[in-house]
Design a protein around this ligand. Structure first.
Ligand code: SAM
Ligand code: DTB
Ligand code: SF4
Length: 331
């Protein structure tokens, strides 16, 4: 959807905007379902990049220490627990600039993905930059979606990150799409951007061909020690407007109400679900930052008369149809 259309919609009275997004939501999705996704940081901290919002960059004294890649058995335990808790998607994040074919760590990630994909959940990974061959290997191993956010507008991006470019992000997204993976691509509100920047970000995201399968809308979690530590929070109605607009611009994408829910009231979150959000990260930790507890989220979902979404059979992992019992593993 082009900027002018997004701009016109954005400036409608809030209830008019929500009425439109709600209609589109109901035409495309079961009205009462919310997908529960579990996030796991499989490699935390020590990242070479300078993304100014991120506690995992090695450049800032955020108190997040660099860790090694988690052991596969531990990851499998967490993935099985996520499935038991009702998650239909398991998202693994690594604080890397990117991955390269032929390296030991990439082979380890492929091995992890092969096993996690046997569990029947959607498998998403976010590992930074990918070339065409890395993307193909991940797809073959069983990744269903690759998360790579553009985070903000092309114009504002250099104010936020200097160690890679907006075009680098687009190239990775292209490689993931060419390899046949779905794309999970969204951004962050609250990086000192203007409304225009937010709309330009949505213009880029909604003009992808194909459109992303899911669009995470994060609000900045200001992390101590990062250049963004003192940024002001985002107004709840700005979040709702962006969620509504995302739903209108990408009717078939899951709109994921992502980081920042601990700063939203339950009423604010309810309005986001009504406006078109139909997915959340579930579990009391995001990658390093806080998230509402499972108990709190399940209670909210219940009080709103929503229900957790069933597994997405339309996009099974390549291996999930032929799922076989996993070998017992000794860690
Ligand atoms: N290194 C990979 C990358 O940059 O794509 C994967 C991990 S990175 C932490 C994934 C996404 O988390 C970022 O693109 C950003 O949108 C989001 N994120 C990171 N720190 C955040 C924060 N403090 N508040 C909100 N969102 C954040
Ligand atoms: C996304 O858009 N948000 C998630 C997931 N994709 C990887 C990450 C949020 C990170 C919040 C900050 C932290 O936990 O350090
Ligand atoms: Fe590294 Fe990703 Fe954090 Fe940027 S957002 S510093 S690339 S982990």
């Amino acid at each position: 959807m082009i900027f002018q259309e997004l701009n016109d919609l954005y400036h409608l009275p809030l209830f008019d905007l929500i009425q439109r997004s709600r209609t589109i939501h109901e035409e495309n999705w079961p009205a009462a379902e919310v997908q529960l996704c579990t996030l796991l940081s499989i490699k935390t901290g020590g990242c070479s990049e300078d993304c100014s919002y991120c506690a995992q960059s090695a450049r800032y004294n955020s108190g997040v220490d660099a860790e090694r890649l988690m052991e596969k058995c531990d990851i499998m335990d967490r993935a099985k627990a996520a499935r038991e808790n009702g998650s239909t998607r398991f998202c693994m994040g690594a604080a890397w600039r990117g991955v390269r074919e032929g390296t030991q760590r990439f082979e380890q990630v492929l091995d992890i993905v092969r096993d996690v994909s046997q569990l029947g959940m959607e498998v998403c990974v976010t590992l930074g930059e990918l070339g065409p061959s890395e993307a193909e290997k991940l797809k073959e191993a069983g990744v269903t979606a690759y998360n790579h956010n553009i985070d903000t507008s092309p114009e504002h991006y250099p104010n936020i990150v200097t160690t890679h470019t907006f075009q680098d992000r687009l190239n990775t997204i292209r490689h993931a799409q060419d390899a046949g993976m779905s794309i999970c691509c969204g951004g962050i509100l609250g990086l000192g951007e203007s409304t225009e920047d937010r709309l330009k970000m949505l213009e880029v995201i909604s003009e992808f061909n194909p459109q992303p399968e899911s669009i995470p809308i994060n609000s900045l979690m200001p992390m101590p020690g990062t250049p963004m530590a003192d940024e002001q929070g985002v107004d709840v109605f700005d979040v709702v407007r962006i969620i509504a607009l995302t739903r209108i611009a990408a009717p078939k994408a899951k709109v994921r109400l992502s980081a920042g829910r601990t700063h939203l009231s339950e009423e604010g979150q309810a309005l986001c679900f009504f406006a078109g959000a139909n997915s959340i990260f579930y579990g009391d930790k995001l990658l390093t930052a806080k998230n509402p507890t499972i108990e709190k989220d399940l209670a909210l979902i219940d009080r709103l008369g929503l229900k957790p979404q069933e597994p997405n059979r339309a996009q099974p992992s390549p291996k999930s149809d032929e799922a076989k019992p996993l070998e017992p593993q000794i860690c």
